[in-house]
Design a protein around this ligand. Structure first.
Ligand code: FAD
Length: 299
């Protein structure tokens, strides 16, 4: 986590996309004083991590976020955090950079099987066969099917999460704000406020659970009744492993295939770091601690 910002910065510079990330930190807020005090004590033990934070009382919190006045008793502020107001534009910018560097995106191909050979990897897809020196699997919750074709196993589960969006012209909040007791973040995005969170263990293919949307809607009615009804509902799967750490490293059977999977709640945050670590490992330059994220821990 400590290097996530630096790795993203390199990627943003390469894609000329720095302006797409807003850097005002994020707030983890509490509605009761007891929860705030308890959390601030817990944070003392986080000092070793290199992640900067500040404990703010109610007044300091509402100085940063006036819309939270009277609604929270305090917060933890992570000043180095950033957020992306329009992830689609960022993806598009990264795609353009990838293509400018000579990459080709096969967006409508589904990978069906990987077969490592002496000199490369044969990748069978729904639109034909490709041969490459190395393959990197970042297929989220669908990874186990592909991993099976290589003889790899991993206990990947879906932590399903939900979001609502409220359209608005001028932002209600300046930065992502979590209401800890409710278990969701409110993030100002282009033309809307996104309310995202909750954890539901379940099959990725099962339909969304309407009770989760109702939960988020009711909480928002209590917090900001003036917002009215949301305009968008979404359910997605966080691909998660039982020890909460991702798998970043080679297949158990070949160094020609690497995995970057299982990032749970932090896949966007850790995307650039994951790419950098896999690149380093392919060139035998990975830091020694990367072994702790190996697929071997599940054999
Ligand atoms: C409500 C919610 C809020 C979240 N908030 C945050 C947040 O604030 N910050 C953060 O860092 N993370 C957040 N996350 C987590 C983040 O979304 C995930 O960690 C991240 O999406 C995982 O990335 P991934 O690339 O492993 O998988 P995915 O994002 O699922 O991407 C996998 C991709 O692989 C493709 N694919 C699958 N199988 C194949 C195949 N056979 N062939 C070709 N393509 C294939 C899929 O189509 C998909 O595009 C949130 C998640 C949820 C649900």
């Amino acid at each position: 986590m400590a290097r996530a910002n630096d790795d993203w910065q390199r990627l943003l510079n390469a894609a000329d996309a720095e302006s797409l990330v807003t850097r005002r930190g994020c707030l983890y807020t509490f509605q009761t004083e007891a929860a705030w005090v308890q959390a601030s004590h817990k944070h003392d033990t986080l000092a070793w991590s290199g992640i900067h934070y500040r404990v703010l009382n109610a007044q300091q919190t509402t100085d940063l976020e006036p819309a939270l006045a009277g609604k929270v008793k305090g917060s933890i502020w992570y000043p180095d955090a950033g957020h992306v107001a329009d992830p689609l534009i960022l993806c598009e910018r990264l795609r353009q950079t990838f293509e400018a560097l000579g990459g080709t995106l096969h967006a409508s191909s589904e990978v069906q099987r990987l077969s490592p050979q002496e000199t490369g990897v044969v990748v069978n897809t729904s639109t034909g066969q490709k041969i490459c020196d190395h393959a990197i699997i970042t297929a989220g919750i669908d990874t186990p099917q592909l991993a099976n074709t290589l003889g790899d196993r991993m206990p990947l589960e879906a932590e399903r999460g939900y979001h609502l969006e409220y359209p608005m012209e001028s932002p209600l909040l300046q930065r992502p704000c979590c209401i800890a007791e409710y278990g969701f973040y409110m993030t100002p995005m282009a033309g809307r406020l996104r309310v995202a969170g909750t954890v539901e263990l379940g099959r990725a293919s099962d339909p969304a659970n309407p009770a989760r949307y109702r939960y988020l809607e009711r909480a928002m009615e209590r917090l900001f009744p003036e917002l009215g009804a949301p305009s968008a509902h979404w359910m997605g799967c966080r691909p998660s492993l039982p020890d909460t750490l991702p798998i970043i490293g080679p297949s158990a059977h070949t160094r020609r295939v690497h995995y970057g999977i299982g990032h749970g709640h932090l896949g966007l945050t850790l995307a650039a770091t994951t790419g950098a670590l896999i690149e380093a490992d392919i060139h035998n330059q990975a830091p020694p601690w990367l072994g702790a994220l190996s697929i071997d821990r599940f054999r």
